[in-house]
Design a protein around this ligand. Structure first.
Ligand code: SAM
Length: 232
């Protein structure tokens, strides 16, 4: 069942830093435990959804916008997860789920696209989680806020293109505004370098265009951030 972790398959399906590493580290911070329903928010190709299913007894709802449900359903079927994972095509700003439906939400390398404002968490996500449940958010970040674009970074990105990448303090401030949740922990992730290395070795055109910046040392400004947030 865990063939989905084989290097060739991952190389073809990664959409950013190796999400299996992100998921496995996040699961150490906040295990699925006895959760019955888990949302993988912005699951992309669903690699993390398979990892969440493998590490739990839960039904995993694999929701994404850019990757269609049919494509993910095929992947889940190929690895024998089709009865455990429900693929859903939806926008994080308009999710088709009942309030207090999920015991836990995990979101890898996607929350920064839609959650970068003070309202998102309480308006769209927290209501879907049972009181006492958890929201685990892993995102690419900056070691500290930058008001200019360092030369190394400019080799691959414009300031606008990486506007979504923010510091741990920035995210702490955003999450602290929530009245429906409290932060349990927010830390830099250990898998930062290794997960980026796996991504840069893929032939994905985005990885290829990330290479000049990372080879020039842009990585020293960046990190991966993991926030564990409790629904109150
Ligand atoms: C860089 S990819 C990461 C995918 C996957 N989580 C991973 O780490 O491999 C970012 C993902 O965020 C998702 N995303 C961005 N905006 C979204 C939105 N408004 N609603 C749902 N998903 C969104 C995209 O569909 C995309 O799959």
């Amino acid at each position: 069942m865990n063939d989905y972790k084989n290097k060739d398959f991952l190389k073809q399906n990664l959409m950013g830093p190796n999400v299996i590493m992100l998921a496995e580290e996040a699961l150490k911070h906040s295990p699925v435990g006895s959760a019955e329903r888990v949302l993988d928010l912005g699951c992309g190709t669903g690699l993390s959804s398979m990892c969440l299913a493998e590490h739990s007894q839960a039904t995993v709802y694999a929701m994404d916008l850019w990757i269609h449900a049919t494509e993910n359903y095929k992947r889940f079927s190929d690895f024998g997860f089709d009865k455990r994972i429900m693929p859903v095509h939806a926008d994080a700003n308009d999710m088709p789920f009942a309030d207090e439906y999920f015991d836990a939400v995990y979101s890898f390398d996607s929350y920064h696209y839609f959650g970068r404002n003070d309202e998102y968490l309480d308006k769209h996500l927290a209501p879907l989680v049972k009181k006492g449940g958890s929201i685990v958010i892993c995102i690419p970040g900056l070691k500290q806020e930058l008001d200019y674009l360092p030369d190394e970074m400019a080799l691959s990105w414009t300031k606008e293109a990486i506007d979504t990448i923010r510091s741990l303090d920035y995210w702490k401030e955003v999450f602290t505004k929530s009245k429906m949740t409290e932060i349990s922990s927010i830390t830099e992730m250990d898998c930062y370098e290794e997960s980026w290395q796996d991504w840069l070795e893929t032939d994905n055109p985005y990885a290829v265009s990330d290479r000049p910046a990372m080879e020039a040392g842009a990585g020293k400004y960046m990190n991966l951030i993991c926030a564990v947030i409790k629904r109150i």
